[in-house]
Write a protein that binds this ligand. Structure first.
Ligand SMILES: Cc1cc2nc3c(=O)[nH]c(=O)nc-3n(C[C@H](O)[C@H](O)[C@H](O)COP(=O)(O)OP(=O)(O)OC[C@H]3O[C@@H](n4cnc5c(N)ncnc54)[C@H](O)[C@@H]3O)c2cc1C
Length: 482
């Protein structure tokens, strides 16, 4: 079938119309793809979203956890939390999304009720819910937008290429599917962390694109719980705590549900039996701050997620595009260990950057656009990726040290200061505010630590804090192995 241009109905938004509206194909209706579709359609672009999973989202987002089958997203029912920065961006860029989330999500104010918390602390308040609920909200909004057509059950199997003179930079003309080809001025790859983009590019003659891939090194053992009265266990502490060789995530969610994750190093064979619900419970109950969080009714078994890759790619080399007409977005650009819960927030920031790059540069000169996309991605998103990978490497080394029974002596000054903050943030509202501002991507660590006396306060808290009685490594293994 020949590529057909002009498949779309032109819808323009009078408040934000770019000079030339484009036909955009987004591959993947995950959160990154849908957020990009919404932002581009609001700007007057005509967007077709192609999603391989056939199941439609449920009529009501509240039913998504029980009803929605999403085989294409391995982490669909894994631990999930939306950072405050996501709410800030959505409030500004997609207010209809914030309004829709308000109706079903939990408004989580991590400093609520703490002495010393105040009006100015609104910036660490977030709207959060389990992943299926959040995605159903975004999917419903996208489905209602007249500028967006979502076709579910369509597997994209490659890219098509514009006929061009030998030696010119390959230009993507659209995508191919089992149902035929779909033409586009721009293809957005939002197929997630297992994106096949590199293989698709090779198949149309694009030279190998720079890509780094390595195992992130962590294993997730997570469970979800529900309370009988809709209440949430109190949490005046960071969402992430470290207990020697084990890290724990406590993630509040909507409708009286929450997630608890026990995270280990993939090198740590002695804790592998945490996939067993009885062993998982035995370990969780031995960790003082976690006990109340596992007293609810479990609504899942133990979901294990392993072999999570750190992956990052660019379609440019030496400031020259290797291909034009296609951009990788969100996890298809870069994905990391998700412990810090940044994926969707980085996805919305990336989608805003895509809209802004289209506004600023347009597609008339495809090479200029591709280069601009590379530059903005590396400048604005690249440092987040680097920060996560650096923190992960230190944490894995710290786990190795805990397994060996020795203190971890490595780490740069910034990481050590942040790590100290993680251990003491529950002791004092000012420290907890600082932790949520950094972890919620509200302010960089350098800014929070530069505040007068903050570092001294952290150090003082670390000196004074009494260590909670926690299982030794030996006891932990005994609990995990039964
Ligand atoms: C264990 C885990 C926990 C996480 N926890 C959090 C968290 O707490 N907070 C947070 O913000 N982020 C979290 N993330 C990250 C978050 O899920 C993603 O970063 C974010 O949703 C953006 O994903 P995406 O849209 O790029 O990809 P995905 O959500 O993976 O969506 C990709 C879509 O592409 C479709 N697709 C793939 N191939 C094709 C094809 N050939 N044709 C058509 N469609 C295709 C898939 O079916 C899927 O729908 C977590 C990730 C993991 C792995």
């Amino acid at each position: 079938m020949a590529p057909s241009r002009g498949l779309f109905v032109l819808v323009t938004n009078p408040t934000a119309t770019p000079d030339v509206a484009s036909e955009v194909v987004v591959v993947g209706a995950g959160l990154g793809g849908l957020l990009a579709a919404l932002l581009l359609a609001e700007d007057g672009h005509r967007v077709v979203v192609l999603e391989r999973d056939g199941a439609e989202p449920p009529g009501e987002p509240a039913g998504a956890w029980d009803e929605w089958e999403r085989r294409g997203v391995a982490q669909f029912r894994q631990l999930y939390y939306l950072l405050p920065r996501f709410r800030h961006v959505a409030d500004r860029e997609l207010p209809a999304l914030s309004a829709a989330l308000e109706k079903v999500a939990l408004r989580h104010d991590p400093l609520a009720g703490m002495a010393g918390a105040g009006v100015g602390d609104d910036d660490v308040v977030t709207l959060t819910a389990r992943r299926p609920t959040v995605e159903a909200v975004v999917a419903r909004l996208a489905a209602m937008h007249p500028g967006i057509e979502i076709r579910r059950g369509v597997v994209v199997n490659g890219l098509t290429r514009t006929p061009a003179a030998a030696g010119s930079v390959p230009d993507v003309a659209g995508v191919s599917t089992a149902m035929g080809e779909v033409a586009a001025n721009l293809v957005v790859d939002a197929t997630g962390r297992r994106s096949p983009l590199s293989a698709w590019l090779a198949a149309i003659g694009v030279p190998p694109v720079p890509e780094v891939v390595e195992d992130s090194g962590f294993v997730y053992h997570s469970r979800h719980f529900r309370s009988s009265d809709g209440a949430m266990p109190a949490l005046s502490a960071p969402l992430l705590r470290h207990f020697g060789s084990l890290s724990v995530l406590l993630l509040p969610a909507e409708a009286g549900t929450w997630g608890v994750g026990l995270i280990t190093s993939s090198r740590d064979e002695e804790l592998r039996s945490l996939h067993r619900p009885d062993r998982w419970m035995a370990v969780a109950r031995a960790l003082g701050p976690v006990v109340r969080w596992v007293e609810g009714e479990p609504i899942t078994g133990v979901d294990v997620m392993t072999r999570l890759e750190d992956r990052r790619r660019t379609l440019c080399r030496d400031s020259r595009p290797l291909v034009t007409g296609v951009v990788p977005l969100a996890d298809a650009w870069a994905s990391t260990n998700p412990t810090l819960g940044r994926g969707t927030t980085l996805a919305i920031l990336h989608a805003v950057a895509l809209r802004d790059t289209l506004r600023a540069v347009g597609l008339a000169d495809p090479a200029r656009f591709s280069l601009a996309w590379h530059d903005v991605t590396e400048r604005d998103l690249g440092p987040h990726y680097d920060a996560i990978v650096t923190a992960d490497r230190h944490r894995l080394a710290e786990i190795d040290a805990a397994v060996a029974g020795v203190p971890y002596e490595g780490g740069d000054v910034a990481w050590r200061a942040y790590r100290m903050l993680e251990d003491v943030a529950h002791l004092d509202v000012e420290l907890l505010r600082g932790w949520y501002r950094i972890a919620g991507l509200i302010a960089p660590g350098t800014e929070v630590f530069a505040a007068d006396g903050f570092l001294r306060r952290v150090a003082r808290a670390a000196r004074r804090s009494t260590v909670e009685p926690l299982p030794t490594r030996h006891e932990l293994i005994a609990l995990a192995t039964g």
